[in-house]
Design a binder for this molecule. Structure first.
Ligand code: ZN
Ligand code: ZN
Length: 358
């Protein structure tokens, strides 16, 4: 476990007044132990950390994990409770968001009154929001793959190509380039479908005169890329161009405003107020962006209802959009790292208006 993370957990144990912390969330487990499999539980005390998993992952875990010991269980919760009792823990913290009520009830039963289970809200989110050098390198690499994959598929950006073909070609290119897995189901929304902020790729063909919104990403060493481009297929009517220019300016203004200490609400308002000033305020329904890392959406959420300020080292997306029913939509998204005086863009695809020949 990296020393900074160990230190943070020690503070967490003290703050929550618990003897141990159990992590069920796989991203949290990976963050603390480097385990990349899909099942297991991590126990951390002031003295040591133990990763528990089943026989499928025994070999992998012994090779991968960077904590003191690995234990193999037959039954997960029985194995966990036995280990906690062996360690002599009385008060045990767990992630309030991850554990189901059913599992919590089960744990209480199995520990038979010998352990107090303490729910802790989002224990690692503040720490995880600040990326270290290694994390930034992975995020940057994932963003580079986005650019390379996009360059490869541009010949498909023409009338007759289906949205699904674009999604498949991007996924294939990203994996061929070394991406581990697609970051999410790609959003490819052309023409009127662009009015759906989360329009998944359909069998619809691109047509001349349409905008197409392409929101895609991959994963490198567990870290994601997330980027949206909206491009024109042939000449588009002035209204669509107007929407594009409005979103691009909102995006540019927000990027220019990113710096440590700016209130998240204040940053969101930079883009929102510009879009509203152009008469499109009712058509920008979602938040400005989100944190990006081991999860595609993580702390901090950037919206008018968020709390707190940006901090140096956070990686966030800036993704304003305008979605007009029966007309279409535009979203432009970059991922950036907050630096000492501003931000640095990780994503690389040019966001200026691009028109592909129809
Ligand atoms: Zn996105
Ligand atoms: Zn996003």
């Amino acid at each position: 476990m990296k020393p900074a993370r160990k230190k943070y957990i020690e503070e967490l144990l003290t703050e929550a007044e618990v003897d141990a912390f159990v992590f069920f969330d796989l991203a949290n487990i990976r963050y603390l132990s480097d385990f990349t499999g899909t099942d297991g539980v991590l126990v951390v005390t002031r003295q040591a950390a133990t990763f528990l998993t089943d026989s499928r992952y025994q070999t992998q875990a012994r090779q991968q994990v960077t904590v003191e010991s690995v234990i193999c269980y037959q039954k997960k919760l029985d194995g966990l409770v036995a280990e906690l009792l062996r360690l002599g823990t009385r008060r045990v913290g767990f992630e309030a968001e991850t554990l189901t009520v059913a599992t919590w009830e089960d744990l209480k039963k199995k520990a038979n009154g010998q352990i107090d289970w303490i729910a802790v809200t989002k224990p690692l989110r503040a720490l995880r929001s600040i990326k270290d050098k290694e994390e930034l390198a992975a995020l940057e690499h994932a963003a580079l793959l986005n650019q390379q994959a996009f360059d490869e598929i541009t010949p498909l950006l023409k009338p007759g190509t289906t949205e699904r073909e674009i999604a498949l070609a991007l996924e294939f290119a990203l994996k061929t380039l070394g991406g581990e897995e697609k970051a999410f189901d790609f959003i490819i929304a052309s023409g009127e479908r662009g009015a759906m902020p989360h329009g998944l790729a359909s069998e619809k063909q691109l047509r001349s005169g349409e905008l197409v919104t392409i929101d895609f990403g991959t994963r490198v060493a567990g870290y994601h890329s997330d980027e949206t481009v909206t491009v024109a297929i042939g000449a588009v009517e002035q209204k669509l161009r107007d929407i594009y220019d409005t979103v691009l300016m909102a995006h540019d203004l927000a990027l220019a405003a990113v710096k440590p200490g700016i209130g998240i609400v204040e940053l969101d308002a930079v883009a929102r107020e510009y879009i509203t000033s152009k008469g499109y305020g009712d058509f920008f329904g979602h938040g400005l962006g989100h944190g990006l890392g081991l999860n595609v959406h993580e702390f901090p959420a950037l919206s008018p209802n968020s709390e707190g300020d940006l901090e140096e080292g956070m990686v966030i997306t800036i993704e304003p959009g305008i979605y007009m029913p029966d007309i279409g939509g535009v979203r432009i998204e970059d991922s950036v790292v907050v630096t000492a005086h501003g931000c640095r863009c990780l994503t690389r695809i040019a966001k200026k208006f691009q028109q592909f020949p129809a």
